[in-house]
Design a protein around this ligand. Structure first.
Ligand code: ADE
Length: 226
């Protein structure tokens, strides 16, 4: 399956490197996903290529204008249909593993990165189908949020992770945190790996991992168990 992500931004250079390394790079090279960057300045009609302007009614901070955003989205929509047109914003729906799972099954999505104070409300009212926040803090733009969103989603596209089960054992995948994991050496500076992992008793090991996952969740994120 091929997913296509179109990212609309005023700072494409801020966004590119996460897609040029590791799992995201491999996902692109293997043809699981296409990621296209669109510089909103290329869709401006004024001589200064400005994408923002003063707020009507006064107030601090510039506002992203609707015209370049609409032009870019309209062009993309004339070429294919989109499942979701997402706006990255701190007042959007909070990204979690459930949302990432759902998004990984989409075919075509557009992501708009906000800047300055935000976008003209008419963009949100008429062009956007979903608003996403990556957490309760304010970034200086939506680009890093878009990178986080894309990373969480792309690794879940069927076929992207080599070992198909490895996403299933991630933290949050079953509303539990992951259990502890170990590798060689068996003992380091007197710090030992739990004996249970060496007996070769896989049902026992599985049971231990489930218990540890539950314990981890009770200690660190009891809210997940409610
Ligand atoms: N843009 C600014 N802050 C953001 C956040 N927390 N999530 C997504 N986009 C943002």
């Amino acid at each position: 399956m091929l997913m296509r992500i179109d990212i609309l931004t005023v700072l494409p250079e801020l966004l590119k490197s996460p897609f040029e390394a590791s799992i995201l790079k491999r996902a692109i090279e293997a043809g699981h996903v296409e990621v296209h960057f669109h510089n909103l300045r290329d869709y401006t009609t004024n001589a200064y290529k400005s994408v923002d302007d003063y707020q009507f009614g006064g107030g601090a901070g510039m506002v992203m204008m609707i015209e370049p955003i609409d032009k870019c989205i309209s062009k993309l929509k004339s070429e294919r249909s989109y499942d979701e047109i997402i706006y990255m914003t701190p007042d959007g729906e909070r990204l979690d593993q459930g949302m990432a799972n759902a998004m990984s099954l989409k075919e075509n999505i557009i992501i708009l990165c906000g800047h300055y104070k935000g976008v003209d409300q008419r963009v949100r009212d008429h062009l956007i189908t979903k608003e996403v926040s990556i957490g309760d803090y304010v970034l200086s733009g939506g680009e890093l949020g878009a990178a986080v969103f894309c990373d969480a989603v792309i690794r879940l596209i069927p076929g992207v992770l080599g070992n198909e089960t490895s996403a299933l054992t991630d933290s949050f995948q079953d509303d539990l945190l992951a259990p502890p994991i170990y590798t060689r050496p068996r003992e380091y500076k007197g710090w030992k790996v739990p004996d249970i992992l060496f007996g070769g008793n896989f049902p026992e090991i599985e049971k231990w991992r489930e218990e540890q996952a539950l314990k981890n969740t009770e200690n660190k994120r009891p809210d997940l168990l409610k």
